[in-house]
Design a protein around this ligand. Structure first.
Ligand code: C5P
Length: 415
């Protein structure tokens, strides 16, 4: 039901004549590793930069060139390719290719296939990652072509600011393959079981400042929360990800809200949950903060300070109140990280915080919980059901949790 949206999809990758074409091989390889079947179409100019054999080797699928269009084997090859594809991704896309697509000009296999894709409701999505020198990208003609393509439903990815082949540092670099794949994943997941549902996810640790350079925090990395946001996106949801400070890249398609303290996270979460369908509260919110914030750095010469603490607000308690008034979020999932009496403590939190589901994990284990890629959780449901999940990746834990909120939201919708 809820799975990696790349798996078992047919992606058509168009590669055009830009130096960024060498990165398209990495893109094709990563899409293939993600489970997609990738066929490539290279324009004549693209073959000057990179060989079709490279794509055939990394994808295990055919890579087409102009010769195939005029070959005897394929009957209306472009129509067949367009109709079979779940998505057409052109990366890198040159200014010339975009001009042709905007005009509906179809004089080579790639532009013919793009035209055959159609623009009707239900046509496979067209994603375009431009790459060219900055002046060519900012040219009014290119911008007008982009506007036309967007108006017709194409998704434009990038380009990014950075080093260009001409030596300039400006906007024109093709977006990195990992991020392009995030866009592909997002487009392919839109009709999933959580389509139209708003899911708020909190992640990471809060930081509670003591003075301009010091703060109280904890070891939470944000990984489980980010994985939940990705899993909710993969199931078709609209996602707001509210996170404490972290270096993790937010999943493509999520609205990202960066917070620092528990107070900031509380304000952002209450606001986002006013109309949300589900809240997944994975953040490790600091229970206490320094009672005083000192404007100036505390000096060693002033002696060892005694730091007085004060309680932070409980965000889920505030959500419980707001939910009673507004009826949102309809489903609330909490997390319990415990070093002892795991299930008894989790059960208490499930009740006292008014949760529908709580994921309990034993942080005394070295292979689960904080700052590692794996987790072992027990899921406690409001109806008393208890499920012990085996050790799995945080992405798999996230998918299991999302799988369980789909029916809960379904009940809320009366279906
Ligand atoms: O810290 P504790 O074990 O009580 O966390 C249980 C749940 O409560 C988690 O989902 C956490 O995000 C949430 N929490 C909260 N506000 C706090 C502390 C925890 O919402 N101040």
């Amino acid at each position: 039901m809820n799975h990696n949206p790349l798996s078992q999809t047919k992606i058509l990758l168009g590669v055009t004549g830009s130096i960024a074409a060498y990165k398209a091989a990495d893109l094709a390889s990563k899409l293939t590793q993600g489970g997609a079947q990738v066929n490539t179409i290279l324009t004549d100019a693209a073959t000057k930069f990179i060989s079709p054999l490279t794509f055939q080797s990394v994808t295990g699928q055919l890579a087409y060139t102009e010769a195939d269009l005029w070959g005897a084997q394929a009957h209306v090859l472009h129509v067949g390719l367009a109709h079979e594809a779940d998505l057409l991704l052109i990366a890198p896309a040159t200014a010339h290719t975009m001009a042709k697509l905007a005009q509906g000009s179809a004089d080579d296999l790639l532009s013919l296939t793009a035209l055959a894709l159609g623009t009707d409701e239900g046509s496979a999505p067209l994603l375009i990652a431009p790459a060219m020198d900055a002046g060519m990208f900012s040219h009014a003609a290119t911008q007008e072509n982009l506007r036309i393509l967007v108006e017709r439903g194409a998704v434009i990815i990038g380009p990014e600011q950075g080093h260009l082949a001409s030596g300039l540092v400006a906007k024109g670099r093709m977006t990195e393959p990992v991020e392009i794949i995030g866009h592909v994943r997002y487009q392919l997941s839109r009709s999933g079981p959580l389509q139209g549902q708003q899911v708020v996810v909190t992640a990471g640790a809060t930081q509670e400042p003591l003075d301009p350079v010091r703060y109280l925090s904890n070891r939470a990395s944000g990984r489980q929360g980010f994985a939940l946001a990705q899993a909710a996106l993969d199931a078709g949801a609209q996602v707001i990800l509210i996170s404490g400070p972290t270096h993790l890249p937010p999943p493509v398609g999520a609205e990202y809200i960066n917070t620092r303290t528990a107070e900031e996270m509380k304000a952002a979460t209450l606001q986002a949950c006013q109309s949300a369908d589900a809240l997944l509260m994975a953040a490790a919110v600091a229970d206490f903060r320094p009672a005083q914030f000192t404007d100036q750095k505390i000096k060693k010469s002033s002696g060892t300070p005694a730091i007085e603490l004060t309680a932070n607000p409980d965000i889920l308690a505030a959500i419980k109140n707001q939910r009673a008034k507004l009826g949102h979020p309809k489903v609330v999932v909490g997390f319990a990280a415990e070093s002892h009496d795991l299930l008894a403590n989790a059960q208490n939190k499930l009740k006292s915080k008014g949760l529908d589901l709580i994921a309990a994990n034993d942080i005394s284990a070295t292979d689960a919980g904080f700052a590692v890629d794996t987790n072992r959780v027990t899921l406690l449901h409001a109806d008393g059901q208890q499920e012990e999940l085996p050790l799995m990746s945080k992405a798999e834990v996230a998918a299991e949790i999302i799988k369980r909120i789909i029916p809960l939201l379904g009940e809320e919708h009366g279906s």
